[in-house]
Ligand binder design. Structure first.
Ligand SMILES: Nc1nc2c(c(=O)[nH]1)N[C@H]1C(S)=C(S)[C@@H](COP(=O)(O)O)O[C@H]1N2
Ligand SMILES: [Mo]
Length: 201
């Protein structure tokens, strides 16, 4: 009953060093959501930066579309053990979002928020320095609703649950506050190369 969809494709010679421990390679793009896909109308969409409870910058969809967009092609790794190589995104780097807001990150910890109520925590250092973006396109097309469109966070060097779909803001927090999955037994950091799947890994 070994189907390729379940056990994945064997990575080629040159690719094998790119598969973190315990992961298998897949060529399709599974959908994993904790709840139903929220309907997010573009005219109701906004993205807000908060320092604690204080909003410090906000963009509508039209305003966000005018920010500098770049392409980012990265491998992604889901904690349910699939990895997918060379996923091609475009969007706005968190560095550029902060520059447009005219702020330096005020705290060392960030909580990403989404339209479905989902949250996930990421150290601020892991969002800046060219490491993460708010993606608005996948393989040259708007991100489909099930994969997080209109916009999702992309933090490809951490397990994919950190890449919040339907993202609507980043909140800088004083302490490392666990998000949706982190409060339900998943690792606070989630480095696939160190197999940080669950609390205590
Ligand atoms: N808002 C939101 N973001 C989310 C989730 C979610 O349920 N809600 N699921 C996370 C999990 S566990 C994973 S593995 C990835 C899955 O993204 P995909 O459905 O595009 O593969 O999204 C993450 N981002
Ligand atoms: Mo996941």
């Amino acid at each position: 009953m070994a189907t390729r969809g379940f056990f994945g494709k064997r990575p080629s010679e040159g690719e094998s060093g790119r598969l973190p421990p315990g992961q298998y390679l897949t060529e399709d793009f599974p959908v994993l959501s904790a709840g139903p896909t929220p309907r997010v109308d573009l005219d109701k969409w906004s993205f807000t930066l908060k320092d604690g409870v204080r909003p410090v910058a906000r963009w509508t969809w039209d305003e966000f579309a005018k920010l500098p967009h770049v392409k980012l092609t990265r491998d992604i790794h889901c904690v349910t053990k699939w990895s997918k190589f060379n996923t091609a995104w475009s969007g706005v780097m968190i560095d550029d979002i902060l520059a447009e807001a005219g702020i330096d990150p005020p705290t060392a910890f960030t909580l990403a928020h989404s339209f479905d109520g989902y949250t996930t925590n990421v150290p601020t250092a892991d969002l800046i320095g060219g490491k993460a973006m708010v993606a608005t396109a996948y393989e040259g097309k708007p991100i489909t609703p099930d994969h997080g469109g209109p916009a999702r966070l992309l933090v490809p060097h951490l397990y994919f649950w950190k890449s919040a779909k339907w993202v609507n803001g980043l909140q800088f927090t004083q302490r490392d506050e666990g998000g949706f999955w982190e409060l339900r037994g998943y690792h606070m950091y989630g480095d696939p190369w160190r197999e940080q799947r669950f609390t205590g890994d």
